[in-house]
Design a protein around this ligand. Structure first.
Ligand code: NOJ
Length: 931
């Protein structure tokens, strides 16, 4: 026993030392070559014809599905390929053995897709038409899907088997035209058979027993006519994905998607990180298309940029000469092939198509988009309350304070260290009284300790992941020492987990407490690649291999459901998770894990956050300040100035770092940081309205520049400047130095207004700005209306009845539009209409506020509207007015009034006109005309 303890603490010391050493231990993690399935696929050479062919006579169209049996010329094991047409023009390509020896894991869809993957909106069969022809000796089957808005077709060749997706007659996406399709069918093991590590493989000291043998598959997907691809987080690569086949401008490894706890991760690297979202966008000045490769097993993706795509005579004929192509190669270790191709033709349409198969992100709690203060660790109750008081003293708004693992009784989650937190409820009450919330960490490893009732209960009920033998609990090390892992794939375990978050179960928790699920990749300190052995067994006998990338998401899901149902009526939960997968956006926020206090990491946070947003993971942030190391005052200041634009805005730091709460820095830094945080709070109405938009359309909150300016090729590789919604361009300063020169490109024939100075810039324009540490570069796009709340409060909870200010940034045509969405920020009443949503429009010198078309009458709405009846617009600031006027006529509820306008330093450059207290309300229809 003693031995074991010593061994454990040594291991933890090694882990902590590795953190201090500050360099990723690459040797802890596999390269493609060290994962035998990846190696086997990657050694296939592109540009050879595929040896997979459709079996003659097997191709048919039934209902919304074109299907074929496909086999390799060597083995004659039939694979069934189903191409399903969805009503939006999306196609879903599924492939697996027609008669597998044993079933393959096919439940990923259940955990990810709408209605668990059944009842997706398929195309009406009468709109699909199959024609078959023989051209150049090649048998070709084409399904055309034509309705009033779509002209698409899918062309399948028999020999080799390939698939081309055409929009308006032009190929856009192609499968297997590079000949990289390969499907390892399940087979019996012959004695001593382990060719190329198919049946067993060893990585460092770990042997993966692979009881089912080889079962991987891979496929090439080419984007024809494209030169730019984005997405597939989580990596530290630039936003525009670099090539991966050894090109000097790129990587020599594919992007890896296998959720891992990578200490001191490196920037500009395709290695795996904590989350995996196999969703990619390809973009050109003409169109945007997307792909989702729905598989939760370890997956690798190669990217190459090429000139021409045609390899069969048929395709040489149909694609126009030497078109640019992005060739991607997707390789997964197990499960079934399930791929969605989204035809666009623009990003907004791709997200609409994605939303057809996947639920949209829900509205978060309002406090969750405020400022979060975390540290490993706030030591005790006194410390927590002192930090909170200091925030008040220094007039820094914040919403949530966080407790890391040290708050527990020996890393036993759902407990408190009684010597440091003797009275957690009183602490939460005090926080709540001041308008704040508390978050505590709950990791998925449960300390093996018979006297710990959580472990004991889960153990008695058999809720832990099992070892490879399927009967004893999988055991490993994590923070508490010897641990077991609750099986988030087991419905009983999920039910049990949900209950652990209920108020009667989680002692010392109140409705004011929310949750952070960390280490849920899962991290296992003594496991292969710091995670769970692939041959560990989950509910239903499935291997960890099959479900690895789902595990963390399902843990977060259980926590979110637990919080949601702990009160009646239910309230919106807030759960932060480190591990994530496609669909995690439904359960809360994520963050980019253990970054470092360096300028390089500060810069990298932008492409990381953008890539996540591109892939539908909207609610994401990076640790402000950097987790490892001690940022100097300048770096920390710049980090707040950028971090306030992260959708999830949290400061966090490693246990070995120096305290760095803003006041510790002193002036002038404290002042700059306070300004940044206050700006976040001023803009909360804009952010919340953006979250609302995302919950209806799936549009990212923070967007790559190209997404707002899709024809502006010079922006396709831009990943330092970005858009927050469609109205604000942020150009962060991410270099060290008191005075920095920053180059900015203002795209298009647009006006761009410096949001701090009111000065306009006329695009298209390239300009350098010299900025000191007090300055940030934030520009409002002409034509936008941005709602804010300007009163300084301790937290968002205290702003709920505050008046709004409307900022109108006039376009060249003298117009602007915007929206304001408000609800109670915590319940689900908005689903019954309890919200106020206003469409704001400025034209012909008149600003009009009207209810949005989504406004419905209901009891819930009336009650909410009543509660907001006194909330008014206290100020309107119009920037960019051509000619100053002095009076305005306000009409509300049939009554008219005249009011005086004010100008703050009006000049040719600064054309800010202020309407002070127009005394109009957010929930009534009104008009203001300048005269
Ligand atoms: C790892 C997390 O990434 C980090 O944020 C946290 O502070 C530590 N675990 C300790 O819980």
């Amino acid at each position: 026993m003693l031995h074991r303890a010593i061994f454990f603490y040594l291991a933890v010391a090694v882990v902590l030392l590795a953190q201090v050493a500050q360099a990723v231990k690459r040797e802890d993690f596999k390269t493609c070559d060290q994962a035998s399935f990846c190696r086997r696929h990657r050694q296939l050479s592109a540009h050879t014809l595929s040896r997979y062919s459709a079996i003659e006579g097997s191709v048919r169209l039934e209902q919304h599905t074109l299907s074929a049996l496909v086999e390799h010329s060597d083995d004659n094991v039939p694979l069934r390929i189903d191409i399903n047409f969805l009503s939006s023009g999306t196609i879903r390509v599924r492939g697996q053995e027609d008669a597998p020896l044993v079933p393959r894991f096919d439940d990923t869809q259940r955990y990810v897709l709408r209605n668990e993957g059944s009842r997706l909106p398929y195309a009406a069969p009468h709109e699909l038409q199959l024609t078959s022809e023989t051209a150049d000796g090649q048998r070709v089957h084409t399904v055309s899907y034509t309705n009033s808005s779509l002209d698409i077709s899918v062309r399948m060749t028999e020999q080799p088997w390939t698939l081309t997706y055409l929009r308006e007659g032009r190929p856009t996406m192609q499968l297997n035209t590079k000949g990289l399709f390969k499907f390892e069918h399940l087979r019996g093991k012959s004695d001593g058979d382990n060719v190329d590590d198919e049946w067993e493989e060893t990585f460092r000291t770990w042997t993966d027993t692979k009881p089912r043998g080889p079962e991987s598959f891979g496929m090439d997907i080419s984007f024809v006519g494209y030169k730019h691809v984005y997405g597939i987080p989580e990596h530290t690569s630039p936003l525009l994905l670099k090539p991966t086949r050894g090109d000097s401008s790129g990587y020599d490894q594919p992007y890896r998607l296998y959720n891992l706890d990578v200490f001191e991760y490196e920037i500009d690297n395709p290695m795996s990180l904590y989350g995996s979202v196999p969703f990619m966008l390809a973009h050109s000045a003409e169109s945007t298309v997307g792909v989702l490769w729905l598989n939760a097993a370890e997956t690798w993706v190669d990217v190459t940029y090429a000139k021409t795509n045609a390899i069969t005579s048929f395709f040489r004929r149909s694609s126009s000469g030497s078109e640019s192509t992005v060739d991607t190669h997707w390789i997964s270790e197990s499960g079934v092939m399930d791929v969605f191709l989204f035809p666009g033709p623009d990003a907004a349409e791709v997200y609409r198509q994605y939303a057809e198969i996947e639920e949209l992100p829900p509205l978060p709690r309002d406090f969750a988009i405020g400022h979060h203060q975390c540290r490993w660790n706030y030591i005790d109750e006194g410390d927590v309350l002192a930090v909170s008081d200091k925030m008040h003293e220094h007039k820094i708004p914040y919403d949530v304070i966080w407790l890391d693992i040290e708050h527990t009784d020996g890393k036993r989650y759902y407990t408190w260290d009684a010597s440091k937190f003797p009275n957690p409820l009183a602490m939460q009450e005090k926080l709540e009284h001041d308008g704040h919330k508390l978050v505590t960490v709950v990791d998925p490893h449960i300390k093996r300790d018979t006297s710990y009732c959580v472990w004991d209960d889960a153990n008695k009920q058999g809720l832990f992941v099992k070892d490879k033998d399927g009967s004893s609990n999988f055991q490993g090390w994590c923070w508490p020492g010897d641990s077991n892992w609750v099986d988030s794939l087991n419905p009983d375990a999920v039910e049990w987990l949900r209950k652990q978050y209920h108020l009667d179960k989680y002692n010392g928790s109140s409705p004011n407490l929310f949750i952070w699920n960390d280490m849920n990749e899962p991290a296992v300190f003594n496991g292969p690649e710091i995670t769970m052995n692939k041959d560990a067994k989950h509910h239903g006998g499935w291997e960890h291999r099959d479900v690895h990338n789902l595990y963390g998401m399902l843990y977060q899901k259980a926590a979110a459901e637990g919080l949601r149902t702990r009160e009646s009526p239910n309230k919106r939960p807030f759960v932060l998770s480190r591990s994530y997968f496609v669909g995690s956006h439904r359960y809360g926020a994520i963050w980019t894990g253990d970054n470092t206090a360096s300028w390089e990491h500060l810069r990298a946070s932008v492409p990381m956050i953008l890539s996540n947003n591109v892939a539908g993971m909207h609610f994401v942030g990076a640790d402000v300040g950097g987790f490892f190391g001690n940022p100097d005052s300048m770096l920390l200041t710049r980090w707040y100035q950028l971090g306030m634009w992260y959708p999830f805005f949290r400061a966090h730091a490693h246990i070995d770092t120096k305290r760095r709460e803003p006041w510790i820095l002193g002036e002038p830094y404290l002042n700059y940081i306070r300004d940044a945080i206050r700006e976040r709070y001023r803009l909360l109405p804009y952010w919340y309205t953006l979250f609302r938009e995302a919950s209806l359309t799936g549009m990212p909150l923070v967007r790559p520049m190209w997404m707002e300016f899709p024809k502006e090729e010079s922006l396709f590789g831009e990943d330092s400047a970005f858009m927050v919604g469609s109205a604000i361009m942020v150009v962060p300063v991410t270099e060290s130095g008191e005075q920095q020169s920053v180059d900015i490109f203002f795209p298009q024939q647009e006006e761009w207004y410096d949001m701090h100075k009111g000065i306009g810039h006329h695009g298209p324009l390239r300009r350098s700005f010299s900025v000191g540490l007090a300055d940030t570069l934030v520009f409002a796009r002409g034509g936008s209306i941005i709602p804010t709340r300007e009163r300084q409060r301790r937290s968002s909870a205290l702003m709920k009845q505050d008046p709004f200010t409307l900022h109108i940034y006039v376009s060249r045509a003298g117009t602007a539009t915007g929206r304001l969405y408000v609800d109670d920020g915590e319940t689900y009443d908005y689903e019954d209409g309890a919200f106020i949503e206003r469409e704001l429009a400025f034209s012909n010198a008149t600003l009009v506020s009207r209810p949005s078309a989504r406004t419905i009458s209901s009891v819930a709405r009336t009650t909410f509207a009543k509660s907001m009846a006194r909330v008014r617009i206290e100020r309107i600031i119009i920037t960019g007015l051509r000619s100053p006027t002095t009076m305005a006529t306000v009409s509300e509820d049939g009554k008219e009034r005249q009011i005086q306008l004010g100008y703050s330093g009006y000049s040719a450059d600064n054309t800010e006109c202020v309407i002070r207290d127009p005394a109009v309300h957010i929930n009534s229809d009104w008009e203001i005309t300048l005269s």
